[in-house]
Design a protein. Sequence first.
Length: 575
Amino acid sequence: MEASGAPILSTPAEHIFEAPEPSTVARSFLSEEQLYVQYEIRRTVKEIRDGRWKRVALQFPDEYLGDATRIVEGLGRELRKERKMGKVLQKADDEVDGVAEGVSEVKLAGAEGGTVSEQNSAEEEEERLTILADTSYGACCVDEVAAEHVSADVVIHYGRSCVSPTTRLPVIYVFTTKPLDLDAAVNAFERTYIDKSGKIVLMADIPYQHNVPELVNRLRQRGYESTFATEIMHNPSSALPNRTVPDEVGEDQEALKQYSVFHISDPPASLLLTLSSRVDRVHIFPTTSANPTAIEARTTAQLRRRYALLTRVATAPIIGILINTLSVKNYMTALSHCQDLVAKAGKKSYTFVVGKLNAAKVANFAEVGGWVVIGCWESSLVESSEFYKPVVTPFELEVALTDEKTRVWDGEWVSDFGALLGREMQQSNGKATGEVTGGEQQQQNGSGDLQDETSDDEPPEFDLRTGRYVSHSRPMGRSTRRSNPASNGTETSASAAAPPSSSLIQRTKGDIASVNGAVSPGAEFLRSKREWKGLGSDYEIQYERDEEGKIQGAAMEEGRGGVARGYGISGERGS
C-alpha cells in the first residue's frame, strides 16, 4: 500500500494511552514548475555546486514535509545534470590542454592542493541529500545538532526563519513565498495613512517579503514618497530585527521614533514588542481574513503581563537557566552573562538543556522559582499561562535583578541577547577606561577575614505584587568588603591569599548540602524534603562480576513493544 504523505513525527497529548490511526501530512499538489519556483531548486543547486558540498541536510517544517520527497528528487535530478555538464566541459578542456601542452595532468596555480584529475574526481562524487523532519528546537532555527548526526557539510533551511547567526555549519535559506492581494494591501494602506508625507516603514513576514518592492512601487505612484521598503538582512540586533533601516536611522536610532511601521502578516510576539518600543506606531495587515483591514497593534496589556512576571523573578531564590539552542552564535556567552547576573544578586542558578519547551518539563523542578530562556530571539519570549513559574528572557532577567532603587523600565525591549551582550561590552569598556573606585579597589584586594562574610546590612526585600516581606530571596548572599583604614588600600600577598575564617561558625560535616564548596538550597531540598527522587533511588545496583572482579555484561534480550495498555513480549501480544 502506497502512503499518501509523510508521517507526522509528534504524538498529541490526548493519544498517549491510545494507538490511533497514523495521520499524514497533506501534499500541496504543486506542479513541477511551481515546485521549482516555490522552493528555488535551481538557485539551491547552484549554491551547492559553488560550495562543493557533498553531504547536504534539508530541514523542513511540518507544513512542508508533504513536498520533501519531491524536492529531494528535483535537487538530485538537477545535480546530476550539472555533474554531467561539468564532465562534458572538463573533457573539452582536457583535450585542449593535451594538444597545447602535451600533458594529461596539470597542476593548478594557487589551488588548495591536488591535481586537476583529483579535483575532477571529487566533483564527480554524488551528493548525499538527507531530510531533517523533527527538529531539536523550534522550526525557525537551523538544527545544526541533527545535521551533524549525518555529518552534513551544509544545511538547507526551508520556510520562515528567525535568521539567527549559526556557529558551525553554513546555511542556505529558502524562505519560500506566499501570495498577497496587493490591491487589498494598497487600499488598507491608504485608509490607514491619510497623510501621504508621513514617514512609513513597510515590513512583511519573511514568506511575504518578496511582495514588498512591488507594493512600494504602487504606493509611490499614489503619492507616498516617504515610504521605505525594507530588505532581509542577517542581523537580529538591528534596529529593525533582520531588516534594513533608513539611512538617517543608521546614524541615530532615535530617528526611528518618527516612523510608523506597516507590517504584512502577524509578527511574532518578540518582534511586536521590539517594534512597539522603537517606532511611533505599528499597524498590522492580516493575510488570513477575507476583508483585511490594517489594525493598530496595542502592546500595553502584554507589557503589563511581562512586568508582572519580571517582578516575580526578582524575588525568586533559585533561578533555572534553560538553554534552548545549541546553534545560535554566542549562546555560551549569554549563559555566562545570566549566571553572573544571578550570582551578583545573591541567588542560586541551575542550568538545563532542553529541546522543545513545555510546562511539563519545567514543572519537574518545584524548587526553581523562575526560568530564563536562552534561545533564538523569537523563541526566548514564552507567552503561555500553562507554566507554574515565570519564564522570562535574558533582557527581562537583567531588569529584574537590577536593584530596586535604580530599576527603571521605560518600555524598551531587547529581544536578541546578542544586542544585550554588545551593550554590556560597551559598558565594560567604559568602566575599563575610567579610574577604579574605592569600593572596587577593596573588592579586588579582598582579605580572608570577616570582610568576606555576607553583609548583615542588606536592605529588606518585598514582593511588589503582594507587599509582603521576602526573607529567602538571596540564599547565597552577597559578599561585601569593608575598608580597613590601617591597611590604607595595600595588603601583602600573604593576607590576600589567606583562606576565609571559620572561627565563628563550626559546621558538622555533611550538615548542609553543598556544591563546589557553596551551600546549595536546591541540593539540600532534594536530599531532605523531596519525597520522589527518581526511578531506581530506592535500591542499590548490584553488578555481576567475574573471578577477577570485573563487571560482566548482561546478555542481550528482546524488549517489550506496543502501547501501555497491551505490551507485546518476545513477539507475543499481551492481554
